[in-house]
Design a protein around this ligand. Structure first.
Ligand SMILES: Cc1cc2nc3c(=O)[nH]c(=O)nc-3n(C[C@H](O)[C@H](O)[C@H](O)COP(=O)(O)OP(=O)(O)OC[C@H]3O[C@@H](n4cnc5c(N)ncnc54)[C@H](O)[C@@H]3O)c2cc1C
Length: 344
């Protein structure tokens, strides 16, 4: 049986950041992913259902040749009232996830990690995984396998807190990056327009506690009709965003990124959490005394975000008024700072 110091399930940002550090430190590392790393393949790892937006805290973590468009002007529309937030430098940048994936794969390989794509992990046992019928032994196992993580299931962790998101990749250029809040349609969630160079991600997100997938889908299409955005003939992508964190270290098994439930339940942002947790898990594997400051900081932000989410959830028909009030207050410097800390 093949044996590695660390086997990582999932070659997304969390798995590959983790693999790079471990391999750099001389560990034998195997990353397994069910998808392909070939650029022209529809099932390329980088074709993850994602709007590809990153906020300021991520800018230094992703090289700028992967950036698509930077937005100094971000607008938020509550029902029909639009507010523009104009800044001197970009606050949100869209990235090319296929290029990003390629960059992460190259970096991990260069460090010495082995990456086996088109290889699905179907079972996990105490000291080995079964992938494409082969048993592969590990000393450490990292579940970096996203929202439907098989490693998380093996650990018996339920995922009650989760959102669902739908999006289309529209072949039309939109100039602005926009968010749309409308409690009647999306409850505590929102719709978005995230322009990239060659397409625009247009989607909607809501917590499943507030909108079941079928209803969110219907309301998303009502909103698209109202905005006169033509999506006929386009493929509708859907994916879950779990945010039910229940730990990241379970003996010799670790969880990172979406598998650990580290994405934001309020904004659905998860790339930052994936990078930070991947790095921290590598630190922990190398040294049990390692301080996971990145994950701790993420958890503090998540707590504040979920507090805000619950306030919105319980504000019933006053939600839109609440959103408008928050937007007006966000023009004041102290509220702006508090909000920036929560939404950062
Ligand atoms: C519609 C939508 C829009 C989003 N927009 C944004 C955004 O604008 N900004 C942002 O920051 N975040 C966004 N997110 C969230 C973000 O995409 C995720 O949080 C991030 O990709 C998580 O990274 P990860 O490494 O944890 O997992 P993933 O990127 O999901 O990678 C997991 C990998 O594991 C592999 N895998 C899964 N199961 C197995 C198995 N059994 N065997 C082998 N391989 C397996 C998968 O193929 C995949 O490559 C969005 C999510 C959705 C659904």
């Amino acid at each position: 049986m093949q044996q590695y110091d660390t086997v990582i399930v999932g070659a997304g940002p969390s798995g590959l950041e983790c693999a790079t550090i471990l391999a750099d430190e001389g560990q034998t590392v195997l990353v397994l992913d069910k998808n392909s790393d070939s650029i022209n393949n529809d099932s390329n790892i980088g074709h993850k259902t994602c709007a590809g937006g990153i906020t300021e805290k991520v800018f230094d973590l992703i090289p700028d040749n992967i950036y698509e468009i930077g937005f100094n002007n971000v607008s938020v529309t509550v029902k029909d009232r639009k507010t523009e937030f104009l800044r001197q430098s970009p606050k949100i940048i869209t990235i090319d996830r296929v290029k990003y994936s390629q960059y992460l794969i190259d970096k991990a390989k260069k460090a010495g990690a082995e990456i086996r794509t088109e290889t699905r992990v179907s079972q996990i046992k105490e000291s080995f995984v079964i992938a494409d019928g082969k048993e592969i032994a590990f000393k450490h196992l990292v579940g970096a396998d996203g929202s439907l993580s098989i490693v998380r299931k093996y650990l018996g962790l339920k995922t009650e807190k989760k959102g669902i998101a739908f999006h289309y990749l529209v072949n039309k250029n939109f100039s602005d990056l926009e968010f749309f809040l409308d409690a009647d349609l999306f409850s505590t969630g929102y719709a978005w327009i995230f322009p990239h160079k060659e397409f625009t991600s247009i989607g909607a997100y809501a917590d499943i506690k507030d909108r079941l997938p079928k209803m969110l889908n219907e309301n998303f299409h009502k909103w698209l009709n109202k905005k006169e955005i033509d999506v006929s003939g386009l493929k509708l992508y859907a994916a879950q965003i779990p945010y039910d964190y229940k730990g990241h270290e379970f003996g010799k098994i670790y969880l990172a990124g979406d598998a650990a439930g580290l994405a934001s339940g309020l904004t659905a942002e998860g790339i930052y959490a994936a990078i930070i947790s991947g790095k921290d898990i590598a630190g922990l594997i190398l040294d049990k005394e390692y301080r996971t400051d990145g994950i701790d900081d993420l958890l503090r932000t998540k707590k504040a975000q979920e507090y805000l989410l619950n306030i919105f959830r319980h504000s019933g028909p006053l939600k839109n008024i609440g959103y408008n009030t928050l937007i007006s207050l966000s023009k004041g410097s102290s509220t702006k700072k508090t909000l920036a800390n929560i939404l950062r």
